[in-house]
Design a protein around this ligand. Structure first.
Ligand code: ATP
Length: 355
């Protein structure tokens, strides 16, 4: 049985449906990211799990118990918001101990828990400081420590890293994930940052228009997106128009401009016009005499670990990502031939693509 279940959760504001019949089953100790663009209903969903927003319909079930009508402070969940909301007049230790005091924990046990939690987020010795005496990254850790101090069964994170600079954010991803694993806390993270979702989660719920459109491991979601939206939201992708010509045992024969590709159909039955997806890192420059698609380099950018190329071809412009292996790719204006392994192509029928 799943530890945390959202069953048909919905929320309307007037006649606007912010969340529409969302169901999700989270296993104990699992880390799930709700990933989607601004306004897709991520925060509203999290707030319903936390108990700050009443659902218009649906249930929240925790460990087999319906908690839909239970008050937020009685749910045993730790919540961290984007605006850390630390109490400015309290020291770090007092901030972390606040929830424990509210729960009636005695002084000595509380002090022990505060110091353990400070250590967990690597802030040992800073318990006497005030929030204004800390850096942004340290304040962030205090907010996380405050949520963890009560040893919650569920941790809810709403874009908690969005105020940190890129380097600090990356460090926090790794650290927070390690803490979450060591404590085994069931966690839901709201984010619009696909790297954050991919690096931290066991599974990603891609959201669009108040619904989950795909729920999958980061690898599966990246490799097998279920729609153009899901594909474009998780990394860059190239979308080509193709025509299915024949279906074989494992592949479909699909015409892409002058080319015919053998694209794995994965048990589906696409017909007619299909969207074909190819990730930038799956396209390469063909060697001399190798077959492929004729193209011209329009843009060439050096990004350190890799080169980003945009090339024009008969089937449209394509983005390529080439690892920086010491060879400089052809300059802008050069005619080249590009190709890929057909096994790296994915396709969806035009209707599925727009789902
Ligand atoms: P963001 O990443 O920008 O925070 P989000 O995916 O978390 O976006 P929500 O905050 O859940 O989105 O909002 C979903 C939709 O519901 C938005 O269109 C928002 O304007 C609307 N909404 C949220 N709260 C209210 C409210 N209290 N009253 C009216 N509309 C609301």
């Amino acid at each position: 049985m799943s530890f945390l279940k959202l069953e048909g959760l919905a929320k309307s504001f007037g006649d606007f449906n912010a969340v529409q019949g969302l169901s999700l089953a989270v296993e104990r100790g699992e880390f799930i990211a709700l990933l989607g663009p601004s306004g897709c209903g991520k925060t509203t969903t999290l707030q319903m799990v936390a108990g700050f927003v009443d659902p218009s319909a649906g249930k929240v079930i925790l460990n087999g118990r319906d908690i839909t009508d239970v008050r937020p402070e009685k749910r045993g969940m730790g919540v961290v918001f984007q605006s850390y909301a630390l109490f400015p007049h309290m020291t770090v230790g007092q901030n972390i101990g606040f929830g424990l005091e509210m729960r009636g924990m005695g002084r000595s046990e509380r002090d022990k828990r505060i110091s353990e939690t400070l250590s967990l987020v690597r802030l040992d010795g800073l318990g006497e400081r005030y929030p204004r005496e800390l850096s942004g990254g340290q304040r962030q850790r205090v907010a996380i420590a405050r949520a963890l101090a009560i040893r919650p069964e569920v941790l809810l994170l709403d874009e908690p890293m969005s105020n940190l600079d890129a380097k600090l954010r990356e460090e926090m991803h790794i650290e927070l994930r390690a803490i979450q694993r060591s404590l085994g806390i069931t966690t839901i993270l709201v984010t619009h940052d696909q790297v954050e979702a991919m690096t931290m989660s066991d599974r990603i719920a891609v959201m669009h228009g108040g619904r989950i459109v795909q729920l999958a491991t980061p690898y599966e979601a990246y490799e097998r997106p279920v729609s153009t939206f899901a594909s474009g939201f998780l990394g860059k992708t190239n979308v080509l128009r193709g025509e299915v010509q024949a279906k074989k045992e494992r592949c479909c024969e699909v015409r892409l401009g002058d080319l015919v590709a053998q694209i794995p159909h994965e048990g589906k039955d696409p017909r007619g016009t299909v969207n074909v997806y190819v990730r930038p890192e799956k396209i390469r420059i063909a060697g001399p005499g190798e077959a492929g698609l004729a193209a011209t380099v329009r843009t060439r950018l050096f990004l350190g670990s890799h080169w980003m190329l945009e090339v024009d071809s008969k089937v449209g412009s394509l983005r390529m990502s080439l690892p920086n292996t010491g060879t400089v790719p052809p300059e802008e204006g050069t005619a080249i031939v590009v190709n890929w392994s057909d096994d790296d192509l994915r396709m969806l029928s035009a209707e599925a693509a727009h789902a």
